[in-house]
Design a protein around this ligand. Sequence first.
Ligand SMILES: *Cc1c(COP(=O)(O)O)cnc(C)c1O
Length: 351
Amino acid sequence: MSTFFSSQLKNLAPYTPGEQPQDQQYVKLNTNESPYPPSAGVIAALNDKEAADLRLYSDPECKELKKALAGYYGVEPENIYVGNGSDEALNFAFLSYATDGRGVAFADITYGFYPVFADLYHIPVQIVPLKSDFSIAPKDYYGLNKTIVIANPNAPTGLALSRDEMEGIIKANPDSVVVVDEAYVDFGAESCVELTKIYPNLLVVQTYSKSRSMAGARLGYAIGNAELIRDLETVKFSTNPYNVNRLTLRAGVQAIAEQDYYTENCKKIMATRAYTKEKLEALGFTVLDSRSNFLFAMKPGTDGGAIYRGLKERGVLVRHFDKDPIRDYNRITIGTPEQMDIFLKKLEELL
Ligand SMILES: *Cc1c(COP(=O)(O)O)cnc(C)c1O
């Protein structure tokens, strides 16, 4: 740290992304990327002409993409914020709806970026513990009177609340914004997007990083009441108006035109998830009921850290969180059936 670093920031503990090794070829099951490439039209859209056009700024209003997303989700373009990954939309939501002393509430076990955003903006945090089976008790969030952030499905557990359960939380907090992070919703959970038409305090955040195979393009969006969206736009135009680059905007529009391909991939991943869960259970693992593109699993009596390290030595990367009470678990991204067979074979060797 330099002596010049703001005293406001010097105690900040930044988010630790999953390993992105650039050297060895791992079977990479650690950061919930899709094992399938973007659709053919997306790859074709990133052509010489688009590259030559990089001399021009991108559309700061992201008009074409908002129109495509609005058509797909049955809302209006004014109900959509487009961002540089959903991490940016979440960042701006924390900044917009919780920095004035209101505070924020989220689960003790959830996406690791939430505490970092809270820390960054000095937002008071109310931690809402999960139940002992790692599920969320909706009533714990009723009437909290602060901004609420819920990943649904949750990470790294993969467990999801139903839309009705989410609606209960949204209804019971009419004076607070409820941010629902739906990064994994396309893998078998119920989305709250429809509810944004009824509840002006609901912001749904989604991403192209998981179900649309574009983690490297950095594209996310938020859907909500037009006034909530305008708040996010105000923050964006006060920090980085060209937050989404031209190539990514192009790819984002094209992906919506080829949504069937991505829906098919999600089905494949869900089938591979069921196959992998069954095999893990046969090996004695406890596996949570995931609605996401990963499994959260532990083997009673076996050290989760040792499993993580043993797999890494054998060329398979999974994600281990060295914290109570999930230290014995590993989060395993669902890859292709072939990748999962390698994972299972290496795991069996290790055990
Ligand atoms: C992956 C993930 C995100 C971030 O996605 P980007 O769009 O790549 O920034 C947000 N929330 C959760 C819960 C995630 O797992």
